[in-house]
Design a protein around this ligand. Structure first.
Ligand code: SAH
Length: 210
């Protein structure tokens, strides 16, 4: 079976699971998820499961990627988006096709190097990648009208809230052993927090790894 047909099945499952945003479904239909995995894992790329990418990190399952992207875009198109945790670069690639510009930070350098190659291969040029500690956001590139974190802090880092533009949205898993996906919206008088659903992400860790 070609990978396009396999992805069409994947999109069918996403619809069954409640994903409704047609822009998100379309980029997940066309983006080659297998290119973001090492050869030994690539044959499992279109299963509805998270997959190892090395360094004890994982590429989230397709439902979670779709859900977080849909939540980020729920109030309309976005121009400037920060991603914390580039990992394989797959979520970055999805975002790059839906917003004007993506900044993405990763603390593990070898993961970032591979993500950069894959994004280049797909000719996604509206992405800036940086080897850095994402708990600090990306000072100088913000404020962002969307921020997405694919690693979970115990508490939301203050810097991420500060780098959110007025009206901006932060989609982030929060917690330790038990985590909740949250959407934080910067309003005129503070932050509005919506709790979406229970999730399980790798932890957001401070510092960087060479
Ligand atoms: N979006 C990724 C998911 C990777 S898992 C993908 O689509 O593949 C989460 C990633 O967050 C891991 O690669 C991990 O190294 C990274 N991470 C954890 N803490 C971080 C931090 N403080 N700054 C930047 N990246 C971090």
């Amino acid at each position: 079976m070609t990978s396009l047909r396999t992805r069409e099945r994947l999109v069918g499952r996403l619809v069954e699971q409640g994903i409704t945003d047609s822009r998100v479904l379309e980029v997940m239909r066309t983006t080659p998820r297998h290119l973001f995995l090492d050869e030994a894992m690539a044959h499992r790329a279109y299963e509805d499961t998270s997959l190892p990418i090395g360094f004890q990190q994982t590429l989230s399952r397709p439902y979670i990627v779709a859900r977080m992207t849909e939540l980020l875009l729920a109030a309309g198109p976005l121009s400037r988006v920060l991603e914390v945790g580039s990992g394989s670069g797959y979520q970055t690639a999805i975002l790059a096709q839906l917003v004007d510009q993506v900044w993405s930070v990763e603390r593990i350098r070898p993961l970032l190097t591979k993500a950069r190659q894959r994004l280049r291969q797909l000719r996604l040029r509206n992405v800036d990648l940086r080897h850095a500690d994402g708990t600090m956001g990306w000072e100088g590139a913000g404020p962002f009208d969307g921020i997405i974190s694919t690693a979970a802090p115990e508490h939301i880092p203050e810097e991420l809230l500060q780098q959110l533009a007025p009206g901006g949205r932060l989609v982030i898993p929060v917690g330790g052993d038990s985590q909740q996906l949250q959407v934080v919206i910067r309003g005129d008088e503070g932050f509005d927090v919506q709790v979406i659903e229970a999730v399980h992400f790798v932890p957001l860790r401070p510092g960087t790894v060479k």
